[in-house]
Design a protein around this ligand. Sequence first.
Ligand code: GLA
Length: 387
Amino acid sequence: MNVLTRYLSAALLMGCLIMISCSTKKEDKAGEQKPGIEKTPYGQLSDGQTADLYTLRNAVGMTAKITNYGGLLVALTAPDKEGKFEDVTLGMDSLSAYVKNNPYFGALIGRYGNRIAKGKFMLDGKPYTLFVNNMGNHLHGGKIGFDKVLWTATPVEGDEPALKLSYTSKDGEEGYPGNLSVEVTYTLQKDNALKIDYRATTDKPTVVNLTNHTYFNLTGGAKRDILDHVLTLNADRFIPVDKTLIPTGKLQPVSDTPFDFTKPTAIGTRINDSTDTQIKYGGGYDHAWVLNGTGDSLKLAATVYEPTSGRVMEVRTTEPAIQFYTGNFLDGTVTGREGFPYKKRYALCLETEHYPDSPNQPTFPTTVLRPGQTYKTTTVYQFSTKK
Ligand code: GLA
């Protein structure tokens, strides 16, 4: 190689490096993209219907990808302490992967988030039987819950782009009474928050408990487990369960138990405390905490901090409880993005909701919805950073 060739190759290499760094910058740097919403085809379902993927982008550069199949939040980016945007959720690469086997990644859950014991309940003196899909109990809406149906999507352009999803669940679907009209709106706010508004009305008395089941890993790209994430829960009590994860009916103070997250605590600190029966039943954390405070206003429920990225997520909700689940059932057999196997405790879920099994627990706040009433709840996941 003569001197000229060497210079030329060096210049070419530099050029390539500059181009690569520019294109990475364009994707990663905040503030370079216009806020708005973009729709692209996502794939076809076995019944011939097509699903779409909507990308919401806020003024700061945060993006949320949502499909009208199952209302799934497919990806959500948030900046780290250096301003680098990365996906903070677990997800899959294609619609067909979600259809085949999705452990509720990003899922909209209904009609009833969490469990109903033995899939049975009484309402106004009438017995109802639901599909049983989890250790003899009904979980997350049954066989074809709201996470597996095609919603009608209405995009709302603007500085704070939103996607309104509507679905009518027919009288008798999965065993539930009443035609239930549901509307869920995802809004990507300017302050790096994803807001989810849930609304529902019915033409017969029924039970409703809607939530979102996104799996979070604030390292970005699920680089490792979530045991070093530091969690604070605004909850002095939690709901103990039996070995099939159905509430015993009594609430228990968290003090002096591994369930005390009233002060910031690394999730891994007590997650394997085998002397604790509740930890044993859950295989880690898989319980609902009763949030402090009453009323329907938004209250801070949870704060999660991930020390290496500096990312912080705050969860605010109008709901009375939050299910904290540590991905105990992930075992590496579910392949996520780019063929990445998601292993045990590679994510955490913070599902805002009413208490599990409320239809069978007279002392729990009611989940009954009657004709003329509107079911209305809101949850906000807000992202920031801390050095
Ligand atoms: C919820 C449940 C868990 C588990 C996951 C999905 O969070 O509480 O027990 O079923 O959903 O795997």
